[in-house]
Write a protein of this length. Sequence first.
Length: 259
Amino acid sequence: MKIGAIVQARLSSIRLPQKVILPLAGKPVLWHVLNRLQYCKELDTVILATSTHKEDRMLKDIADSLGVPTFFGSLGDVLSRYYHAASKYKLDVIVRITADCPMIDPGIVDEVIDGFIKGNYDCYELSGAFPDGLDTSVYSFKALETAFREAELPSFREHVGAGFFSGNKERLKIGGYEKFKDKGNYRWTIDEPADYEFLKEVFRELYKEGKIFSSQDIFELLSRKPQLLDVNSHIMRNEGLLKSLEEDKKYMATKGKRT
């Protein structure tokens, strides 16, 4: 069984342009994501999945610096990008990670993978009230292929099964790993300028060359310096997904007119 993390990345972000190449401790955001995943014990490989757009080709250089292979696919249809990347690299289990999570925790990623395997799930992900920026989802190839062939709504195609899997519980075994119960107010992702300011402060405090700081290290830092929480706590969670759900409504209305 081959287990691979596929990291989706692009430069055409709207709220914070080119966020995945912004520097943190002298390295691009994307470099930190890929580097941290290489500390996972349960992964056989890490793959960068970006788009065929010319500007995104520069992301390959970051992946190459870490020995990470790159797949080029659709910009808007991220689900297609995942499916074709998983097919090319013959993955049996796919771990979905987004490039806006430079503090992804390899230990937690391993725990989610372990839960997926032990429970014989088709889809398993970090659940409960967890910090935004640790998002980890694990799919069987069968589940990913089902979504690729059947998912129609724009939100399903852009956000790789957001809602699709939960809507197919009669066919797929779905589960969630509840690591945290009360950490949903923490924001460790990078989507807005304020997120970047927060991350720069955390990396200034915790980053050391050749070492990985954990989620527990971050919690301890924020306990010592709670004022850091105010930097980006005002930003809405999952704003991109909410925008896609609005696109779903337009799509369904247009589809209704055609039928």
